[in-house]
Design a protein around this ligand. Structure first.
Ligand code: NAD
Length: 352
């Protein structure tokens, strides 16, 4: 039995990780440290019996030290972050505070309890990062490997890059046992509906426009969130301290293709699910029209990276990582989840 501190566990990926970990490791105790920003939601982790929510800030070093010491925690899985690129453009300060200072505060606390107090306890600090730290690829460039230079382009990716460097530095300077995973774009259940897939699914259900940045040809590598959790689990089990691993799905798609697939999944759902037209009468599909009529092109986001693609060869070879979901079935399951869990997204939209 292990005691694991999960920061940001009330958010999208952290919440999915709790569900995943509790299912596969029922004897472990999960202590969730989350300050419940607009992106954090208690109902995301409802039902995970092994999880205990501590409402608090990762920048509170004293609290983190107490948790590590008093709860006998040997593993930190660090998800907590400001995570939305658009918000980092309009308000970068929160990204610097949480992603850089917050990560440093966690690392300092881990060093104090795990190293300076001489507990000799085996430990691991696992840091969750993004492929966006590598910058943008041209259409014919090879996918990002772990040795690709860091070239972050948004305040979000710059703050994540900085946190990755801090994690690396605590390993090299102090000997803290760390691993980092850099993952591609995730989708799945419990994602806050400001991100592309849930935003477009819900807009389609409500007959609202589907705003497509620029020409819609920005390419992203999509990964079902459960496969990200699988990659983190593989890294916690088999990752070598001091190493970084890319996690990706190898499903590169232009945004326009993703949006077209969303439209076609929504059209199919209205044909297949009884009562959907009564629940969402404003959807074009409720009266037999194609959801694609909601597509609207809008001016591009400033500094919009053209293409991300992740080379996950190292994780596959060294960790035995293998994604289980393909995009089409994962997207259909995600749409079904949002249809079946209306209370979850209605609640967060009214409280944020
Ligand atoms: P999210 O925005 O859904 O959740 C972030 C969580 O962190 C929320 O619960 C929030 O309340 C909490 N939090 C924020 N600031 C905090 C603080 N100061 N103290 C304590 N808790 C705080 O984010 P997400 O999409 O789940 O992303 C999780 C991690 O994965 C992030 O580090 C992100 O950079 C990384 N990542 C995300 C993606 C993606 O596609 N979403 C891809 C790769 C990597």
């Amino acid at each position: 039995m292990a005691n694991i501190l999960v920061t940001g566990g009330a958010g999208f990926i952290g919440g999915n990780f709790l569900h995943f970990w509790a299912k596969h490791h029922p004897d472990d105790k999960l202590i969730v440290l989350d300050c419940l920003t607009y992106a954090g939601n208690k109902s995301t982790i409802a039902g995970v019996e092994q999880a205990e929510l501590v409402i608090g800030d990762i920048r509170n070093g004293k609290l983190v030290e107490e948790l590590l010491r008093d709860r006998n925690i040997g593993t930190v899985v660090h998800f907590a972050a400001e995570s939305h690129v658009d918000r980092s453009i309009t308000g970068p300060d929160a990204f610097i505070d949480t992603n850089i200072l917050g990560t440093n505060s966690l690392l300092k606390a881990a060093k104090a309890v795990w190293l300076d107090e001489g507990s000799g306890r085996p430990h691991r600090f696992h840091h969750i990062s993004t492929d966006e730290v590598y910058g943008s690829l041209g259409l014919n460039d090879a996918a990002f490997s772990e040795t690709h230079p860091y070239q972050p382009n948004s305040p979000y990716s710059a703050s994540k890059a900085s946190s990755d460097h801090l994690v690396r530095a605590y390993h090299h300077t102090f000997g803290l046992e760390v691993t980092t995973t850099n993952c591609s774009n995730n989708y799945g259940a419990y994602q806050y509906p400001e991100k592309l897939i849930p935003l477009f699914l819900l807009n389609a259900l409500h007959g609202r426009s589907l705003p497509i940045y620029g020409d819609g040809m920005n390419v992203r590598d999509w990964l079902h969130v459960e496969d990200h959790c699988r990659g983190i689990e593989a890294c916690l089990k088999r990752g070598i301290s001091g190493e970084t691993y890319n996690i990706g799905g190898g499903e590169e798609l232009p945004n326009l293709t993703v949006i077209e697939r969303i439209c076609s999944e929504v059209d199919k759902a209205f044909g297949a699910i009884d009562g959907l037209a009564d629940r969402y009468p404003d959807a074009p599909a409720a009266c037999g029209r194609p959801t694609s009529e909601l597509k609207t092109f809008v001016p591009d986001r400033v500094g919009h990276d053209r293409r991300y693609a992740v080379d996950a060869t190292k994780a596959r070879a060294d960790l035995g990582y293998k994604p289980h979901h393909d995009f089409d079935s994962g997207l259909a399951a995600t749409l079904r989840w949002y249809i079946d869990n209306e209370a979850w997204w209605r609640n967060i939209q009214t409280t944020s």
